[in-house]
Design a protein around this ligand. Structure first.
Ligand SMILES: *[C@@H]1O[C@H](CO)[C@@H](O)[C@H](O)[C@H]1NC(C)=O
Length: 338
C-alpha cells in the first residue's frame, strides 16, 4: 500500500478545493470587520432561534372525505335543565325510521333553575367564548391543541346547600342512536311506548305549570372530550309564556381529531334555532316543548396536527447560516483592500 506523505496529501486537497480564496497576505483584521462579524453572528443566532420557534409550532390540517361508516351508533350527550318539576317532563328520541330509542340512559334530577353567582359567571364566560369562536375561527385550533389541558366545560356544582324548593329538572346522561336523522324532544309528561308509536301522558299536568325555559349546559355528539366547547353549551332560554316551542336544527359533522395529545372520534355540529308561542286560536299549531332535530352530514372531517419535519428544519437552518456567511463573508472576514 502506497502512503502519501502528509504534505503531499495537503497540497492535493488544496488543489481539489474549487472555492476562490483570498491570499492570507491580503487579510487584515480590523475593528470594522470585527463589528460586521459580530452583527453577522448575532443575526445568525437570532434567526436560528426564530426558526426553532417556527419548527416547534404546529398547525392544523383539514381534510374532507365521505363518511362510509353507517353502521356504528352515534352517542348523544345531554345535560339540559328545564324549569319544570321532574314528574312533569319527559325526554325521548325518535329517529327517522320512527324507532323509539330507549332513553333509559337519561337521569332526571330535581334542581334549582337559578344559578348561583359563581355558576352564573361560569356560564357567562362560556357564552363569551362561544361568541368569540363564531367570529374568530383560528381560536378553534388553539382549543384543539390545548385539549385535555383545559378544565372540563361542565357547570361547576352549586357552592351553597340547596334550600329553595327544587322546581326544575336536570335531564342528563347519554343515549346511543342510529346514524340517521332523529328528533330529541323534551315535552310534558312521561313518554309511553305502544305498538303504534308513542305518546306522552300529560293529563295530570296543569297548563299553568308548563314552563319550557331551559338551559343547555352540555349537548354534544360522539365521545365526550373535556375542553371542547360545543355550540349550544351555556345556552339559556327564558320564556314568560306557558306554551312555548323551542326548536334546534342541528347538522352533525363527524370529525376525526389527531393531535399530539389525543386521537378521538368526535362530532362538530352547526345549529339554527327557532322559537314560537303555540296558540291554536291564532293558527300557530304544534306542541310546546323543546325539540332538537339532528341529522348527520355525509362528509367527514379529519383534523390533524402537523409539524415541520426535522430534515426541513435542518435544511432551513443551513440556509440561514450559509446565507449570512456568503453575504457578509467578504467584508466580515476579510477587509477591503482595493
Ligand atoms: C319559567 O321559569 C323562569 C325561571 O324560573 C321564569 O323566569 C319564568 O318567568 C317562568 N315562565 C313562566 C311562563 O312561568
Amino acid at each position: 500500500m502506497r502512503r502519501l506523505s502528509r504534505k503531499k496529501a495537503l497540497s492535493l486537497v488544496k488543489e481539489l478545493d474549487a472555492f476562490p480564496k483570498v491570499s492570507e497576505s491580503y487579510v487584515e483584521t480590523s475593528a470594522s470587520g470585527g463589528t460586521v462579524s459580530l452583527i453577522a453572528f448575532s443575526a445568525m443566532a437570532l434567526l436560528a432561534v426564530l426558526e426553532f420557534f417556527v419548527y416547534r409550532d404546529t398547525w392544523m390540517k383539514y381534510e374532507y372525505a365521505v363518511d362510509k361508516d353507517f353502521s356504528s351508533k352515534l352517542r348523544i350527550n345531554i345535560d339540559v335543565t328545564v324549569a319544570m318539576k321532574c314528574q312533569h317532563v319527559g325526554a325521548d328520541i325518535l329517529d327517522l325510521a320512527e324507532t323509539m330509542i330507549t332513553s333509559s340512559g337519561l337521569q332526571y334530577e330535581p334542581v334549582i333553575f337559578e344559578l348561583t353567582p359563581q355558576q352564573r359567571l361560569w356560564q357567562r364566560t362560556l357564552l363569551l367564548i362561544q361568541s368569540r369562536l363564531r367570529e374568530e375561527h383560528a381560536l378553534q385550533e388553539v382549543l384543539y391543541k390545548t385539549l385535555l389541558k383545559g378544565a372540563p366545560t361542565a357547570l361547576p356544582p352549586r357552592e351553597d346547600a340547596s334550600v329553595e324548593p327544587l322546581t326544575a329538572c336536570r335531564i342528563h346522561g347519554h343515549v346511543y342512536v342510529n346514524k340517521v336523522a332523529g328528533n330529541l324532544h323534551i315535552t310534558v309528561g312521561k313518554p309511553i311506548h305502544h305498538p303504534q308509536g308513542h305518546a306522552h301522558i300529560a293529563a295530570f299536568v296543569s297548563h299553568e305549570t308548563y314552563n319550557f325555559s331551559h338551559r343547555i349546559d352540555h349537548l354534544s355528539f360522539g365521545e365526550e372530550i373535556p375542553g371542547i366547547i360545543n355550540p349550544l353549551d351555556g345556552t339559556e332560554k327564558i320564556t314568560y309564556n306557558n306554551n312555548q316551542m323551542f326548536q334546534y336544527f342541528i347538522t352533525v359533522v363527524p370529525t376525526k381529531l389527531n393531535t399530539y395529545k389525543i386521537t378521538a372520534d368526535t362530532h362538530q355540529f352547526s345549529v339554527t334555532e327557532r322559537e314560537r308561542v303555540i296558540n291554536h286560536a291564532a293558527g300557530s299549531h304544534g306542541v310546546s316543548g323543546i325539540f332538537v332535530k339532528y341529522d348527520t352530514s355525509s362528509l367527514m372531517v379529519t383534523v390533524s396536527e402537523q409539524h415541520m419535519p426535522l430534515w426541513q428544519f435542518l435544511v432551513r437552518l443551513c440556509g440561514i447560516i450559509g446565507g449570512i456567511f456568503s453575504t457578509t463573508g467578504k467584508s466580515a472576514f476579510t477587509c477591503n483592500h482595493i
